[in-house]
Design a protein around this ligand. Sequence first.
Ligand code: GRF
Length: 217
Amino acid sequence: MTKPRVAVLISGRGSNMMSLIEAASEPGYPVEIAVVISNRPEAHGLARAQAANIPTRIIDHKAYADRASFDAALDAVLADEQVDFVCLAGFMRLLTAEFTRKWYGRMINIHPALLPSFKGLHTHERALEEGVRIHGCTVHFVTPEMDVGPIIMQAAVPVLDGDTPETLGARVLAQEHVIYPAALRLVTEGRAALRDGRVVVDEFELMPPALVVPPAF
Ligand code: GRF
């Protein structure tokens, strides 16, 4: 049986992309990473994808007059590559409402914070400024509004005294690399489904009832 074809969209270093490529290299994983697409020709992730024998495409946003024409070019590449599902992985471009509606339910994103807290950029700096004790990352379906779509999976990490944006970011990133492949698997196996604008997971492990940071006992 042929597996769904996934495009991973990047703009930079591509560590989440690599976590997806590595997961998909396992025979039991439900999708194939068919193509990596970057809007930046200089994105480091392109070389990493090529080293892993994944086809790459560049759609340089500077060559397009507006978002609509860039998104039309992106949509054409996705059609050309016969893509079934899209993963945004550090893709630093806003997509048009029309494009996100067309791909609704078939496009997911990873965000380095526990949404709905800390949407947007500089999430680790802001988490430290606010003094939160728990921070983390979120995989969600993409909707027209940025960082708002239905949440599929989240991982929480403690914020430690003395953390810098770099140390906290590294702790979060390690969990991003765990939950992104896990969330993609859940969705593409049909075990996490959209219902009334939320995600329902049909099966889950029994989890501890709460994560408390710092642990007081
Ligand atoms: C990650 O922190 C991701 O959550 C955010 O952008 C960063 C991309 O890093 N959307 P990488 O390119 O996957 O290494």
